[in-house]
Design a protein around this ligand. Structure first.
Ligand SMILES: Cc1ncc(COP(=O)(O)O)c(C=O)c1O
Length: 496
């Protein structure tokens, strides 16, 4: 009977049982993982997934879980493993997972009060909490979003509409003049946002960075002046507090000063660096963020939250009205007059997950200091790993990190190998390492050359782990270069 699968009073016991059974499967895999990945290839997995006949249901959740174990859980990438060092994915805290289970079970939708009731108030408290940590005043507001890409889009959309209002309307001639300034190390979602808004890639002006990969403020000042001389409109400056590759934080006080004197919207993309808002030791690195007009925070990067969990926070709640639309069936103006709280007036989405609940339970169980301490630990580890890399003749490392990423490449000093061969050795090392399942690292391009990247977001990763992964990478690179016939074994981890 299909209706036996609906969650209702009569099936509450089934719900309890099967959610536990699902958690049991995940717990078993998490406990047993000997590496972050099995190294499975798309060619191996595609036929397994492709062979499932979606029109022939199994009927039984236990059978479906057995099948899921085979098609997904067995070969998934596990971010909790101490040798997962690749992208901006954090291990997640259990209170947030508890929130995830509760929010999907109740399934509130955060667009209106009549679909969420207290959920709306909880989200509002967390927005206010974050705004206070940023240093915004009583006029601040914001909304949860699906991620940094959406938060950046919404921040820039508000900036565009503020600029357009000042310039007298949405005429094509005005839109064509709008310019966004972001550093060369800013996230690509800034360019995507310009595309989505119909402004085109050419609306985004790339501001050069210095050696530390922070935006050069003298260059920003020059470009702002140039834009004005050319009769164009600087619509927004995007400062990044934690660049994706280098973790560098743009000089926020100087940038905010330039924005204030030029009358330009300042959006701070703190998708990665927002964890500093909870840090007791490093909050000062975000000094100046309080002068922003809008801020992106990704709790699913540095607050140890499961995807998705992000927010856009604005200094002045009035600016959020650019995304307000009153629909008769949902949020008529009359309900605003009756002061019934709703979040859809502030959001690009309509139906929206109650992601805020995860952060709520996290703060209620561990507190902000607990989250900040975890983030501080990974920043400490990055500093220690930088020292090790800097002293290691097998590698060159680009920049001492402010946060928890390290960009480096295998480049043994005593050998004369070409830059191209070195590129290929590093590309090979990264792929071979992932295929072995022993560890995962990321890759990026710096000044046209291929580099490797550690993104350290796991407080359980120790200096011994990063040292082991460096040995493995060097071993794979040496095999590629024909200097060695095999990579070293992984030593038994201290935490085993
Ligand atoms: C600095 C920065 N901004 C924005 C984003 C986009 O965030 P999301 O992946 O949550 O959309 C990222 C993702 O890595 C990022 O590093």
């Amino acid at each position: 009977m299909p209706d036996s699968h609906l969650l209702e009073a009569a099936t509450a016991a089934d719900y309890r049982y099967w959610i536990n059974a699902g958690a049991e499967r995940v717990a078993t895999r998490v406990a047993a993982a000997t590496g972050p990945f099995t190294g499975v290839t798309p060619a191996e997995l595609e036929p397994v997934v492709g062979a499932i006949d979606l029109d022939r249901p199994l009927g039984d959740p236990a059978a479906a879980l057995d099948e899921l174990d085979r098609v997904y859980l067995r070969d998934a990438v596990y971010f909790h493993h101490p040798r997962y060092l690749a992208h901006l994915n954090c291990p997640v805290v259990i209170p947030a997972l508890l929130g995830e289970a509760v929010l999907s079970g109740v399934n509130s939708s955060l667009d209106t009060w009549d679909q969420s009731a207290g959920g709306t108030l909880i989200e509002r408290r967390l927005i206010d909490w974050t705004a206070r940590r940023i240093g915004f005043g009583d006029d601040a507001d914001g909304v949860f979003t699906s991620g940094g890409t959406q938060s950046n889009l919404q921040g820039l959309l508000l900036a565009r509409d503020e600029a357009v209002c000042r310039a007298g309307g949405h005429a094509p001639s005005v839109l064509a003049k709008l310019r966004i300034l972001a550093s060369e190390c800013s996230h690509f979602s800034v360019v995507k946002a310009a595309r989505v808004m119909g402004l085109g890639d050419e609306a985004v002006i790339s501001v050069p960075c210095d050696q530390l990969r922070q935006m050069r403020t003298s260059a920003l000042a020059g470009q702002l002046a140039q834009i004005k001389r050319n009769g164009l409109i600087p619509m927004a400056v995007v400062a990044t507090a934690g660049t994706t590759d280098f973790g560098s934080i743009d000089p926020l006080p100087a940038i905010s000063g330039l924005c204030a004197s030029a009358g330009v919207w300042l959006h701070v993309d703190a998708a990665y660096g927002c964890g500093l808002l909870a840090s007791t030791r490093r909050r000062h690195l975000l000094a100046g963020i309080e002068y922003a007009d809008s801020v992106t925070v990704d709790y699913h990067k540095s607050f140890f939250q499961p995807v998705s969990s992000s927010a856009l926070i604005v200094r002045d709640r009035r600016t959020l009205s650019h995304v307000t639309y009153h629909a008769d069936y949902l949020n008529p103006e009359a309900s605003a007059q009756r002061r019934i709280p709703n979040q859809v007036d502030k959001s690009l989405q309509t139906t929206r997950r109650f992601d805020a609940l995860k952060l709520w339970l996290t703060l209620r169980v561990m507190g902000a200091d607990g989250v900040g301490e975890l983030f501080d630990e990974v920043v400490d580890l990055a500093a220690a790993t930088w020292d090790a890399l800097d002293a290691d003749p097998r590698f060159e490392v680009v920049v001492r990190p402010q946060l928890s990423t390290l960009v480096f490449r295998y480049r043994p000093g005593e050998q004369a190998i070409s830059a191209e061969l070195c590129d290929r050795a590093n590309l090979y090392a990264r792929e071979a390492l992932a295929a072995s399942g022993a560890a995962m690292v990321a890759g990026t391009v710096v000044d046209g050359r291929h580099y490797l990247k550690f993104t350290l977001l796991n407080p359980r990763t120790a200096l011994e782990d990063t040292a082991t992964v460096l040995d493995l990478l060097a071993g794979h690179a040496q095999v590629f270069l024909g200097e060695s016939s095999q990579v070293p074994d992984i030593p038994e981890p201290a935490y085993a």
